[in-house]
Design a protein around this ligand. Structure first.
Ligand code: ASP
Length: 411
């Protein structure tokens, strides 16, 4: 971690001193990102399949039954908070759309399309296109199928199930070994990315959209220092220790702007924070693709920003609809840099807001994406910590039940 922080700080200094010419260091960062991305698909596929098989089908339903409501509730609250903070700051007031601006707007698929795309019609296409949500979907159903085979009453089916699992376990060991090697390179990669971003974006970019950026940072700040600590405290997770142990994932998310690229570091940090690998390996790959608290704040702030620009008063009904679409769009947002712009286009389309404003914010997305991703990744680990705590209680109560039963038998 010390090495990654040093890379980060050195990168800032180089970026500030050399400005745009710091871009010569970009390939160093690109190498790091490519290596991480290379390992993401096998990592997701194998860790989800293996972790689904770490528990019996009943226990699995219990973990899923806890983590999914957590994701949905915290995401909806985050959209709401984004709206509230932007309402206070009114980032778009005084700003108008640039005339004839040739803004590149990402094409917005309809919400139902986004959800339907999760089910692959051709699994090879999903792998080739790196369609992560489809790969998560596939991994979950394959994991369940193998788990059911292993718990079958037929001897042959059971054997095949166990054989398949062994194969997957061996594969995931290979991936983890490769990842360990990649992480050795992380400090240099982080230096390259930081120097390039600071050097080329500078602080000028903030001028016109400063309030928008400010609202985004404030929203994420509140989520990080108020909401997450409250959730952790509610579940009796020591807050400071949690953040100290997960800082490596937090910094990596900040510099890569990608939950998925950060995933290997996220898992490592979660284990360091004492979260059991059973919970971490199942919830974190899923969380990196579906749980986006930061992106949800992004959508909330963005909607108010756009409404301010066009002078549109958001009614309570409109806000409720935005929370709903914002939550679904956040779930559908991929954990890669800039993906939030596409999610935002979906929300804008549903809310009837001009999609050009998404393009307007795209210029500062590099700066905001960093904090949104940090918040996304922290939210994933907070979720894993909360579920892990409740699992502890469950294990404890099972042990206690057993003790009581034994005591009463011996009596
Ligand atoms: N970059 C974000 C992430 O990877 C997604 C987004 O753009 O909102 O978590």
């Amino acid at each position: 971690m010390l090495k990654i922080s040093t890379g980060f700080l050195l990168g800032i200094c180089i970026g500030l001193i050399f400005g745009p010419s710091a871009e010569v260091l970009k390939p160093l960062g690109d190498i790091f990102l490519k290596l991480l991305k290379m390992s993401v698909v096998p990592l997701i596929l194998l860790t989800i399949i293996v972790s689904i098989n770490n528990s019996n089908p009943k226990e699995l339903g219990r973990i899923g039954g806890k983590i999914f409501p957590y994701y949905i509730i915290t995401t909806a609250l985050a959209v709401f908070m984004g709206i509230g903070i932007a309402k206070l700051i009114s980032p778009g007031v005084g700003l108008s759309m640039p005339k004839n601006s040739s803004i590149e707007v990402p094409e917005a698929p309809s919400l139902i399309d986004v959800l339907l795309q999760i089910i692959p019609s051709n699994i090879f296409e999903s792998f080739a296109n790196g369609n992560i949500l489809s790969i998560v979907f596939l991994s979950i159903i394959v994991g369940f199928a193998i788990n059911f085979m292993r718990h079958s009453n037929e001897k042959q089916t059971k054997e095949w199930g166990n054989l398949l699992l062994k194969f997957m376990e061996a594969g995931s060991e290979v991936v983890f070994r490769i990842l360990n090697g990649i992480l050795q390179y992380a400090p240099i990669g982080v230096l390259g990315i930081t120097a390039t971003t600071i050097g080329t974006q500078g602080l000028d970019t903030l001028s016109a959209l400063a309030k928008y950026v400010g609202a985004s940072y404030l929203g994420v700040g509140i989520q990080m220092v108020v909401v997450f600590p409250i959730i952790l405290l509610l579940f009796k997770v020591p807050v400071i220790k949690f953040f100290v142990n997960t800082r490596e994932a937090i910094v990596t998310a900040f510099v890569t702007s990608s939950s998925l690229a950060t995933l290997p570091v996220t898992i490592k940090s979660a284990l360091k924070a004492g979260i059991s690998d059973r919970v971490a390996n199942f919830t974190l790959p899923v969380g990196a693709t579906v749980n986006m608290n930061g992106s949800a704040i992004h959508f909330g702030v963005g909607v108010v920003f756009a409404a301010d620009i066009i002078g549109y008063d958001l009614s309570v009904g409109a806000i409720i609809a935005i929370i709903l679409t914002g939550t679904l769009a956040a779930i559908g947002t991929a954990g890669v840099p800039g993906a939030g712009l596409i999610g935002m286009s979906i929300v804008f389309t549903q809310a009837g807001l001009p999609i050009e404003i998404v393009g307007l914010t795209a210029g500062v997305n590099v700066i905001t994406d960093m904090v949104f991703t940090t918040c996304n990744v922290t939210g994933d680990i907070v979720g894993a910590a909360v579920v892990d705590k409740s699992e502890e209680k469950h294990t404890l109560s099972l042990v206690e039940d057993k003790d009581i039963a034994q005591t009463s038998i011996s009596k």
